[in-house]
Design a protein around this ligand. Structure first.
Ligand code: GDD
Ligand code: GTP
Length: 430
């Protein structure tokens, strides 16, 4: 058997995801109608040998476990559990802390997935790659999923240099200062159980140094161990780390803007694999459905007037009500929101329980990867420009926001529970 570990971090992180992460932990944010983490769970469930999925993080248990309880019946072939770290143990510290849970049942290896990535992961292929290496007498410790980035963007990721013939990692630098390699770490791994004695050694050394007073905690615990910095970087010399390449869809989901991009990518994946999840695919409903362009997800409980034009790349959540003549494209509308007649929404995330009046325009500016550069990823532009102005980006309405009729909200971020009384552009509305 194999297992899967999904690293979801905790509440202090995901700050770039505000104000949306104020309402819900980032891993539970829905894209293409499904929480981010559920997409990762679905990827793991596709692998027949995966019998257990362990979700590791330091969110309070009551923030995550109700969700797991809800989705458990959908995936009866796997056991899904949330294991809560008592503090931020970092990417390998948590794995070490819960080693007995991972080792239970004696899996041949386990998959690790960073909870803040999205994509079409070749997990089964990676497992086969690792077991073929074993069969040929090698002792692979870790297989890293890698993709290509542009030279400029690569430095924001873990950068990998490999032996082109054997695919062994020869050099690895986590977020280097200057260019190292355009091959980047996707944050998805297949890991051997042999990793535990290695982490154990690091742990023992740290422990000794700490109790001898030779290292200070600096706000972090000495027990926090980073997979990239503490294990991958020093271990490249041993030659048992490998790279598996993929150019299938992959993206980080760090900012709210990247949720719009991930939304589009997951909708495109539905188109290829599960077209029945997309709106407009259930013919026979006749004229009760709105006009749909491209890939659109509409929750079955949502009421969308037939005169609306929706799409491309739109997701509409539970119990949303959308009045006549509304136009929405490239946006996510979250549950229980009301959008009144003839309003236009583009490149926007509308938070839960919001209300938008008639004849308004709520628009953002896309921050998509440069389509003219092969392998370009999303640019995570800083919130503010040097002059203190907001950088144009998608518009975000927090939950319970009210936008009146006949106003324009452009490239703005509106915090939860705000009631707007006029038009805004390029502003954070606190
Ligand atoms: N359980 C747990 N505990 N998870 C954690 C912790 C922790 O203490 N700290 C971070 N994580 C989770 C985060 O939620 C995220 O999903 C993942 O681990 C990695 O987060 P970071 O440590 O912030 O790294 P990063 O996202 O900047 O970079 C990593 O991912 C890139 C690909 O997206 C690195 O692996 C890079 O090399 C890689 O390119
Ligand atoms: P871009 O090339 O992406 O800028 O799109 P576009 O030039 O088609 O214009 P835009 O995205 O602004 O409008 C897209 C669609 O929405 C068009 O079909 C417009 O007719 C319609 N539309 C534009 N403004 C409004 C509006 O205020 N209300 C409604 N209901 N529809 C609108």
């Amino acid at each position: 058997i194999t297992k899967a570990v999904i690293l979801i971090g905790g509440p202090q992180k995901g700050t770039r995801f505000r104000p949306l992460s104020l309402d819900v932990p980032k891993p539970l944010f829905p894209v293409a109608g499904v929480p981010l983490i559920q997409h990762l769970i679905e990827a793991c469930v596709q692998v027949p040998s995966v019998k257990e999925i362990l979700i590791l993080g330091y969110f309070a248990s009551d923030e995550i476990t109700p969700f797991i309880g809800e989705i458990r019946p959908l995936y009866p072939t796997v056991r899904i559990r949330y294991l809560q770290e008592y503090t931020r143990l970092d990417t390998a510290g948590g794995i070490y802390h819960f080693r007995d849970q991972i080792k239970a049942g004696n899996p041949s290896s386990f998959i690790i997935i960073n909870g803040d990535v999205g994509g079409d992961f070749p997990l089964q292929e990676m497992l086969e790659f690792q077991s073929n290496l074993k069969a040929s007498g090698k002792t692979p410790l870790l297989t890293i999923l890698a993709t290509e980035a542009t030279r400029q963007q690569s430095v924001n990721y873990g950068c990998i240099v490999e032996n082109k013939e054997t695919h062994a990692v020869t050099h690895y630098v986590e977020k280097p200062e200057t260019f190292v390699s355009a091959t980047i770490n996707c944050g998805v791994y297949v890991c051997s159980l042999d990793i535990f004695p290695i982490i154990s050694k690091i742990y023992a050394t740290r422990q000794q140094l700490f109790y001898e007073g030779k290292i200070e905690e600096n706000g972090e615990t000495w027990e926090s161990i980073a997979l990239e910095r503490d294990i991958i970087m020093p271990l490249t010399a041993e030659g048992n780390l490998y790279v598996y390449h993929s150019n299938r869809m992959w993206s980080q989901v760090k900012t709210a803007g990247s949720a719009i991009y991930a939304n589009r990518q997951y909708l495109a994946m539905y188109r290829r694999r599960q077209p029945d999840r997309l709106a407009g695919c259930n013919k026979g409903k006749g004229d009760t459905t709105p006009r749909i362009l491209g890939d659109v997800y509409i929750h079955p409980s949502a009421q969308v007037h037939p005169s609306c034009l929706i799409g491309p790349n739109v997701s509409i959540g539970k119990n949303v009500t959308i009045g006549p003549g509304v136009r929405i494209r490239e946006s996510i509308v979250l549950g229980d929101t009301v959008i009144q007649d003839h309003t236009l929404i583009r490149y926007t995330i509308v938070g839960w329980n919001s209300y938008i009046g008639k004849w308004s325009r709520v628009e953002g500016t896309p921050c998509d990867p440069n389509p003219n550069k092969p392998f370009a990823k999303m640019e995570n532009v800083p919130l503010f420009h040097e002059d203190g102005k907001l950088n144009p980006s998608i518009t975000i309405l927090g939950c319970h926001v009210r936008v009146p009729s006949e106003v324009v909200v452009l490239n703005s971020i509106v915090l939860p529970y705000k009631e707007l009384s006029r038009s805004f552009s390029n502003e954070i509305i606190l």
